[in-house]
Ligand binder design. Structure first.
Ligand SMILES: C[S@@+](CC[C@H](N)C(=O)[O-])C[C@H]1O[C@@H](n2cnc3c(N)ncnc32)[C@H](O)[C@@H]1O
Length: 348
């Protein structure tokens, strides 16, 4: 309870006064609202869903869409959602609510007001919680997919995307740098780590003839990759968590930016374990110092290609590299322990 974010705490406070059923919890911290109300839980992010399951929430849906049905109350903690996906989720909620239903949310007021006849502000702690009632019968077309064209190596690829997906408006320049350097043979086992809209998977499968596995924590990213790279095998996974002992010839990633490097660390350490001997890691980053040190440390060396503020790190898994002289870092041990405990507790 002590590490519960203020937004979820504020929502629980308001909910204690207004909880008509049936109810749906969207994205509260570890499903705290679902636990308190005994209702289903939905989150676009797999890590959040795993956390809610471990906390004892039973009906957990890893999805970017609200489940079919009509609800009297939808509670949406927008804190962990990309702003565009949050705005869309508010519109989805309006479409799923009964005529007299209420949305209780920490979403932005500007995103809520167009969809409800009445929006009241609840002063709960420092966080603004809105109680929006009487959803308007808005012509909500959901979700709002749109397309852009990517020109690469003489081909044009039309990519479908949607709010909340990287990259939103066109091929990211870092990803372009990476794609331009990949050397892939037909049939290579290719891992697109953090696939986003799936453009890397698409090019690896269609242009290079690789056997592609695409991984992401975001349900929406996997949905988009299914559309854009139908040949790719999709796995919902945080990093390598659900990849067993699989080996790959190429692992390519434009990792998410997190200030504490936790995801990047898991990606690089996992890549070292999951690359076949002679396999290649391609990692494109900005502000590269930490990443370069980490890759050099684990792989014994790497090659750098720099362009337009991006650094592409290319590292080969050499079989002969001696085991590190030092013991694994405390973080690695802690991570492994946490993963093992989570696996043990996970129902499947
Ligand atoms: C910068 S985007 C790259 C998307 C795509 N590969 C591209 O280059 O256009 C990073 C992606 O990593 C995903 N991601 C974030 N954390 C992750 C994790 N722990 N495991 C797997 N994917 C993750 C995000 O959802 C996002 O789609």
């Amino acid at each position: 309870m002590s590490d519960m974010p203020r937004t979820t705490r504020a929502l629980l406070h308001v909910l204690s006064r207004a909880t008509a059923r049936p109810m749906l919890d969207v994205a509260s911290h570890l499903g705290a609202v679902a636990r308190a109300a005994g209702c289903p839980y939905v989150h676009n992010d797999l890590t959040a869903c795993d956390g809610a399951r471990l906390a004892g929430v039973e009906a957990v849906h890893h999805t970017d869409l609200l489940p079919e049905g009509t609800y009297a109350t939808i509670c949406f903690d927008a804190r962990e959602y990309d702003p565009l996906l949050a705005a869309e989720t508010v519109a989805q909620a309006a479409a799923r609510l009964a005529p007299g239903g209420a949305l209780i949310t920490t979403a932005r007021r500007a995103d809520v007001e167009p969809f409800f006849a009445s929006v009241a502000v609840e002063a709960a702690g420092q966080d603004e919680v809105l109680v929006a009632r009487r959803p308007l019968p808005a012509a909500v077309v959901l979700p709002q997919f749109y397309t852009y064209d990517v020109a690469f190596a003489g081909q044009t690829y039309t990519v479908q995307t949607a709010p909340g997906i990287f990259s939103p408006r066109g091929l990211d320049e870092g990803t372009r740098l990476m794609l331009g350097q990949v050397e892939a043979r037909s049939g290579a086992r290719f891992l697109d780590l953090g696939c986003g809209a799936g453009i890397v998977s698409r090019i690896a499968a269609e242009a290079w003839g690789c056997e592609v596995t695409a991984v992401d924590v975001s349900a929406r990213a996997l949905r988009m990759t299914a559309l854009n790279a139908p040949a790719a095998r999709l796995i919902a996974s945080s990093g390598f968590q659900h990849l067993g002992a699989e080996q790959f010839d190429i692992i390519a990633s434009n990792p998410p930016y997190h200030t504490d490097f936790a995801v990047a660390r898991a990606f690089i350490e996992g890549a070292r374990q999951h690359l076949a001997p002679g396999g290649l890691l391609y990692l494109v980053v900005k502000r590269s110092d930490w990443y370069v040190r980490k890759v050099r440390d684990l792989f014994g060396g790497c090659r750098l290609v720099e362009e337009q503020g991006y650094t592409l790190i290319i590292a080969e898994k050499r079989e002969s590299r001696a085991a590190p002289a030092t013991a694994p870092s405390a973080t690695t041990r802690k991570h492994a322990k946490r993963m093992a405990a989570a696996k043990h507790r996970r129902p499947h």
